[in-house]
Design a protein around this ligand. Structure first.
Ligand SMILES: [Zn+2]
Ligand SMILES: [Zn+2]
Length: 209
C-alpha cells in the first residue's frame, strides 16, 4: 500500500478484523519480527456500541479500573475494548461515543478473564476516535478513491473541499453536500486523506501519521 491508489480501508491486510489480529505475546510473522517489533502498520477499525459497561471480572494488573467499550468490527463481530489510564478527563477516551468509529494502531488480541476476546489499550496514543459511523468511513473511503469525480453529481472535476479534498465540481454541489452532512464527515475525510499518504509499510514513525 505504498502507492496512493492502492489505499483502501477495505484492505484487510492493513485493516484486519479481530479474527485476523496477532495474539498478545505470540510471535506472528505476518505482523512482527523475532523481537516482537512490528514489521508494518495495521489498524483495527471498530464502531462503538456502548461505553463503560462494567468489566465482568477483576483486572489483576491495574490499579484504576479501565474504561470498557463494547464495539463491532468490520466483520460485524462484537468485542470488548479496555482503555487503561483513561480515567483522567481530557483524554481521547472522552470522545468514545456510541456510533463513532475507533481506530487502533497495531493492536493485539487479548483474552479476558471471562473468556471473551478483545483488545487492551495501555497506550492511548494508539487510539483515535473519529466522529462518524463505520459505514460513513467506508463511504468516504470509496468516494475519495474515485478521486476526480464530484461526490454529488459524479461529474469529472479538479476541485474539492479545502479541508478534506472531497471532490466537488462546483460551489453548488459543495453546498448541497455541506447541508446534507458533509460538515460531520469532513473531519473523517480529512483523516482518510492523511492515511492515504502514510507509508503503511514504514514502522519507524509511531502512532498514526
Ligand atoms: Zn457536482
Ligand atoms: Zn471536507
Amino acid at each position: 500500500m505504498g502507492k496512493k491508489s492502492a489505499f483502501n480501508l477495505r484492505n484487510k491486510h492493513y485493516f484486519p478484523p479481530l479474527s485476523q489480529l496477532p495474539w498478545e505475546g505470540k510471535r506472528d510473522q505476518r505482523f512482527c519480527n523475532f523481537f516482537f517489533q512490528p514489521i508494518r502498520r495495521w489498524c483495527l477499525l471498530v464502531e462503538i456500541i456502548e461505553r463503560n459497561i462494567s468489566p465482568t471480572s477483576g483486572h489483576t494488573n491495574s490499579k484504576a479500573p479501565p474504561v470498557t467499550c463494547r464495539v463491532r468490527d468490520v466483520d460485524g463481530r462484537e468485542l470488548r475494548i479496555d482503555l487503561h489510564n483513561g480515567m483522567r478527563p481530557g483524554t481521547v477516551v472522552d470522545d468514545c461515543t456510541r456510533g463513532y468509529t475507533m481506530a487502533i494502531m497495531c493492536p493485539t488480541r487479548h483474552r479476558f478473564q471471562d473468556g471473551g476476546v478483545g483488545v487492551n489499550i495501555d497506550d492511548l496514543s494508539a487510539l483515535m476516535v473519529i466522529p462518524v459511523s463505520m459505514n460513513d468511513m467506508m463511504q468516504i473511503n470509496d468516494k475519495i478513491r474515485t478521486v476526480r469525480t464530484c461526490a454529488i453529481c459524479q461529474r469529472k472535476t479538479r476541485y474539492g473541499c479545502e479541508l478534506c479534498q472531497m471532490p466537488y465540481c462546483s460551489v453548488r454541489c459543495q453546498t448541497v453536500s455541506w447541508n446534507t452532512g458533509h460538515r460531520e464527515l469532513c473531519q473523517a475525510a480529512h483523516v482518510v486523506r492523511i492515511w492515504r499518504k502514510v507509508d503503511w509499510n514504514n514502522t519507524t514513525l509511531p502512532g498514526f501519521y
